[in-house]
Design a protein around this ligand. Structure first.
Ligand code: PBG
Length: 336
């Protein structure tokens, strides 16, 4: 041992393992703590009564009809989960190139919001703003001549955010990655007296192969033509994420999100350090499938990898995490 740390090397008897010796001591020195308060539970909804359909690529996850969705929301509230996020599987017959079903006040999402608000008024409802569940081509914006139109898409997204807010959603979460949508949605909500309704921006959302199981769940994977690289971010980039987040904050986002989660913890840390605003990450469908699929084969311990990964998000700087494992995590955290 010829090399010596100039400062640390002065304490040759220091033993880092001393603090790790007992469980109570590890608790005492823990720098980060995962809590039920950090969890947002994404749920898929479908038409029907007392109906549930397993999502093949997400073992353990079912799409729920509205009545079962309201029961699930009650269970989440009882476990202490602060908020749920709604994702609809739209009837393929209602999908059009202009995605007008997105701003139909009687659509599946709006009916689900109203039902949950009535059954469980004290759970927060997060609602995606993006056209992909309603678009016959599976894109988040409106497509013409093979291009995703920005400003026309923003107009549709604004209408969608309005009907969802009118139905009772608390947080609008634009996941579409069109430029300027946060400012447009904020202005439209304010103009209608919705000053208290929040916006959680999917600010740094990357074009990722980890979304595939989600697209199966909402039935958009068959429809999707091409990829989303002209609007979602290139995963080679990190400085650009700070520009995306900065603009969204300037335009009025109350909370920002990085997505996907685990491969992007460096982005979470930069966002949190740079802006210090409430910062979230989405542990997306592919991440869930990866962990749960391996656990189902006996290759990983689901409970352990779930808590370990969620604590990793906290360590990276997250204030909260959207995860399909929210109910399992809440049960584990409550029984500690
Ligand atoms: C749609 C949307 C996606 C997700 C959330 N909102 C998919 C996509 O952008 O293609 C992904 C969530 C997940 O994979 O769990 N705009």
């Amino acid at each position: 041992m010829s090399a010596r740390f100039t400062t640390l090397g002065r304490y040759p008897t220091t033993r880092l393992r001393r603090n790790r010796g007992e469980e109570w001591s590890r608790r005492l020195v823990a720098e980060n703590k995962l809590s039920v308060d950090d969890l947002i539970w994404p749920v898929f909804v479908q038409e029907g009564q007392n109906a549930r359909t397993p999502v093949a690529s997400m073992p353990g996850v079912d799409r729920l009809s509205i009545d079962l969705f309201a029961e699930a929301a009650k269970e989440a509230r009882d476990l202490g989960i602060p908020a749920i996020a709604i994702f609809p599987e739209t009837d393929p017959k209602a999908k059009t190139p202009d995605a007008r079903e997105a701003y139909n006040p009687g659509n599946l999402v709006c009916r689900a919001i109203t039902a949950v608000k009535k059954a469980v008024p004290d759970i927060g409802i997060v609602c995606d703003v993006a056209l992909d569940p309603f678009n016959s081509d599976g894109h988040d914006g409106i497509v013409r001549d093979g291009r995703i139109l920005n400003d026309e898409s923003v107009e549709a997204l604004v209408k969608q955010a309005i009907v969802q807010t009118e139905a009772g959603a608390d947080i609008q979460a634009p996941s579409d990655m069109m430029d300027g949508r946060i400012g447009a949605i904020r202005a439209a909500l304010d103009a209608r007296g919705f000053q208290h309704e929040q916006i959680m921006s999917y600010a740094a959302k990357y074009a990722s192969a980890f979304y595939n199981p989600f697209r199966d769940a909402i039935g958009s994977s068959g429809a999707l033509k091409g990829d989303k690289k002209t609007y979602q971010m290139d995963y080679a980039n990190s400085d650009e994420a700070l520009r995306e987040v900065g603009f969204d904050i300037e335009e009025g986002a109350d909370m920002v999100m990085v997505k996907p989660g685990l491969p992007y913890l460096d982005i979470v840390r930069r966002v949190k350090d740079t802006f210090g605003v409430p910062t979230y990450a989405y542990q997306v469908s592919g991440e869930y499938a990866m962990l749960k699929g391996a656990a189902d084969r006996g290759w990983l311990d689901w409970n352990k990898v779930l808590i370990e990964t969620l604590t990793g998000f906290k360590r990276a700087g997250c204030d909260g995490i959207l995860t399909y494992g929210a109910v399992d995590a809440a049960r584990l955290l409550n029984s500690r």
